[in-house]
Design a protein around this ligand. Structure first.
Ligand code: SF4
Length: 475
């Protein structure tokens, strides 16, 4: 299957990369050490994966990573704009960087990611944060060597916003985890939910070719990765811009990825309920490597609010889909996203939504307070829900989810679950930790395994957000 969109290959930037490598080795000779790079990501799993690519390019150019921005020679913030507070956080951090730039005028500061795809933000950074050297959007990671050379060689400030019309290939990655990896299979979104800025900053849906995805997956598996999560804003519509029938192309891709030697688990996110077809449900049900877990954003349990959100399904249609999934995959774990305080949401609609969410019996949910994003249709609305009401509704939803998550954990007590071992628990160093297929954290005492091993763990105690158990055997 060929790419329909232009592909920006990392190898096409080899001349700039070679020049940057030369500049970095000169730096190392003068300073007795290579330049240090600091990359901080704000945002979703796709942003996290892009952060790994940004760092991968910097390391490929001869830099070394530092976990302290005070020690860095190059600082890149990889930003998110889905919620206003993520943007405010970045502006706060940028203010701090002004002092660092004063101490070290050679420090290079770059802002990349979703936030800088918005013209209004770009103008604000250009005007008020003159210490920022590189302002670049989501699709330009392969161009990072070109941009850095421009700053170092010519002293220019670089503003590079194009890139939402192509896909990128061949970018080196510096993964945060050696056993689990994320692989982006498509970029952008065509859905235009009325509250969401993603289609405006990440462009229309563009699927990577099967060949490019499979090459990346096989290389990751060969390097020791055991679990792959396929990523996209709406993975179910993978390939649809090439006229491939709904869900079939993605289901075929799942079958292919599950056959890659060395892998033990495959997941995907995020799904759109209108596009999650029977082909995909069947792939999850029949492929042994597929985790029995689906993240299915509901957003609201009120059909009228769903209509105003332009979600293209009703609460009844969502429930019908949920029932279909649970009938075919009885031990499936379902998580969701919810938004509370959408403009105009009445008390009656909120109550209706709560009742529906209770009926869904989610294993897990991410609850968000509506965030007004300039440029989206919902941002024009003036019938905002008062802040105190939104916070009360948020807490009510949180209670429902806490209860249903606890019920789902409690149902696991006494059962034996397969857990992929991760290592010592960060919150309790006396315990080891791993994850179930449903992505629940399990704590146990066992030291005869390495990350990526699958353990059979008998669940002794259920807590709301995690489980405790005893290792019975290794798989
Ligand atoms: S499906 Fe809707 S919420 Fe998700 S990225 Fe696309 S427009 Fe945004």
């Amino acid at each position: 299957m060929q790419n329909k969109y232009p592909v920006d290959k990392y190898s096409d930037h080899s001349a700039s990369l070679a020049r940057l490598q030369e500049l970095n080795s000169r730096f190392a000779m003068t300073n007795g050490r290579p330049p240090r790079a600091y990359v901080q990501t704000f945002g979703c799993q796709m942003s996290e994966e892009e952060g790994e690519k940004i760092l991968g390019v910097l390391l490929d150019s001869g830099m070394v990573e530092t976990d302290s921005q005070n020690m860095a020679d190059v600082i890149i913030y990889n930003t998110c704009c889905v919620r206003e507070n993520a943007e405010q956080k970045v502006y706060g951090h940028l203010g701090v960087l002004k002092g660092l730039k004063r101490q070290n005028p050679n420090l290079i500061i770059g802002i990349m990611g979703c936030m800088t795809q918005q013209p209004v933000v770009v103008e604000e950074i250009k005007r008020s944060y003159r210490h920022v050297d590189i302002i670049s959007g989501t699709g330009n990671i392969n161009r990072l060597p070109d941009m850095l050379c421009e700053v170092i060689d010519k002293g220019n400030r670089v503003v590079e916003l194009s890139g939402t019309e192509c896909t990128s290939e061949g970018t080196p990655k510096a993964p945060r985890n050696n056993t689990k990896a994320r692989v982006t299979i498509m970029y952008g979104c065509n859905n235009f939910c009325s509250y969401c800025i993603v289609p405006y900053v990440r462009g229309r849906e563009r699927s990577r070719s099967v060949e490019d995805i499979m090459e990346e997956v096989k290389n990751l598996a060969a390097s020791g990765v055991k679990e792959i999560t396929l990523l996209g804003q709406n993975v179910n519509s993978y390939g649809s811009e090439r006229g491939l029938p709904g869900g079939q192309a993605f289901a075929e891709l799942l079958h292919m990825v599950c056959r890659v030697p060395g892998l033990k688990r495959v997941r995907f996110m995020t799904s759109h309920p209108k596009d999650l077809s029977d082909h995909i449900i069947e792939a999850v049900a029949t492929e042994p490597l597929m985790c029995n877990q689906i993240h299915l954003p509901l957003q609201s349990g009120s059909t009228e609010i769903l209509r105003q959100m332009n979600r293209k399904y009703t609460a009844d249609q969502y429930m019908e889909l949920l029932t279909r999934i649970r009938n075919r995959i009885p031990d499936v774990t379902i998580s969701t996203d919810l938004i509370t305080g959408f403009p105009g949401e009445t008390e009656e609609q909120h109550r209706e939504s709560m009742e529906f969410i209770e009926k869904c019996g989610f294993d897990m949910a991410y609850i968000f307070i509506y965030s007004r994003r300039t440029g989206t249709p919902a941002a024009k609305r003036e019938d905002l829900v008062p802040e105190d009401v939104v916070h009360r509704r948020f807490e009510q939803l949180q209670q429902i989810i806490t209860d249903s998550s606890y019920r789902s954990s409690k149902a696991q007590e006494g059962t034996v679950l397969q857990v992929m071992h991760e290592g010592p628990s960060q919150s309790n160093p006396n315990m080891m930790t791993g994850r179930t297929e449903g992505n629940k954290i399990v704590l146990y005492k066992y030291d005869k395994c390495v990350p990526g091993d699958i353990l059979n763990v008998k669940i002794d105690t259920a807590k709301t957000w995690y489980l405790e158990g005893t290792v019975i055997t290794e798989d």
